[in-house]
Design a protein around this ligand. Structure first.
Ligand SMILES: C[S@@+](CC[C@H](N)C(=O)[O-])C[C@H]1O[C@@H](n2cnc3c(N)ncnc32)[C@H](O)[C@@H]1O
Length: 232
């Protein structure tokens, strides 16, 4: 998601990228991966130690990103949370993902929710345009499942707002892990016009909010007359 494309004061809109491709920076992914590892280790302690599994990677757990892009999220979870699996509508993104050795297939993830059955975790930054219907469908399908995957979606904080989404939040309350700093999805340092949060379903903290422990890297500023040359 990125709030790019919202109406500006002068009435114009900035152009959105094709397929809403806005890769998630690593500093934004790190806190959700840490959080999910904590949730998974509780699960591991409770259910799996008895069965002799000592490491997450030995468990048959799959982490799905149905809007995988170049695999930014799956690359960060690989080796920590289980087997990463990606899908994307854009064949260029599928190839980028595969180059990172992440299994990824081309598919329109809005058309069917079949991937939910494969997942112990579904973690994504979805394309934001018209996303409410997909999220509602996903949460409804998840609610009908006997073993429910944990779902974590990166969304703008105003996703809480609007009459149209009231029912979604009342029926499927989430745990919102709020990022204290705004994200730049464009790589040019310009941040989004709104804040973001990881909306999580299935971690036992639904209906609560917390501040994500995210550390945005700071670019060292060059002072006047300073050079980057290494002194000899
Ligand atoms: C906001 S980007 C996020 C990429 C990646 N999840 C990340 O966090 O870096 C959204 C991605 O969704 C893909 N996408 C858009 N519509 C899609 C659809 N209907 N089915 C599958 N992928 C789609 C785009 O190609 C793009 O790579």
């Amino acid at each position: 998601m990125s709030s790019t494309g919202r109406k500006k004061r002068d009435g114009s809109r900035s152009k959105r990228r094709q397929h809403d491709y806005y890769p998630t920076p690593e500093w934004v992914i790190a806190p959700i991966v840490d959080h999910l590892i904590g949730v998974a280790s509780d699960k591991l302690a409770r259910e799996d130690i008895d069965r002799g599994a000592e490491r997450f990677s030995e468990l048959p757990m799959a982490v799905i990103d149905p809007f995988a892009g170049d695999g930014s999220i799956l690359h960060c979870v690989a080796g920590w949370l289980g087997q990463p699996i990606g899908y994307d509508i854009d064949k260029k993104r599928v190839r980028q993902c595969q180059r990172k050795k992440i299994p990824c297939k081309r598919r329109d993830s809005f058309k069917s929710l079949g991937y939910l059955e494969e997942a112990q975790f579904l973690v994504t930054n979805p394309p934001y345009k018209d996303i409410t219907g997909w999220i509602y469908g996903l949460l409804e399908a998840r609610a009908r499942m006997d073993v429910k995957p944990i779902v974590a979606l990166l969304l703008p904080i105003p996703f809480f707002e609007s009459k149209a989404r009231q029912r979604l939040h009342l029926e499927h309350p989430s745990h919102a892990m709020i990022l204290s700093e705004r994200i730049s999805f464009t790589g040019n340092g310009k941040t989004d016009s709104v804040g973001s949060a990881w909306f999580v379903w299935g971690d036992g903290l639904e209906g609560q909010w917390s501040i994500a422990r995210a550390v945005k890297p700071v670019k060292p500023r060059k002072r006047k007359g300073e050079s980057n040359a290494v002194p000899t």
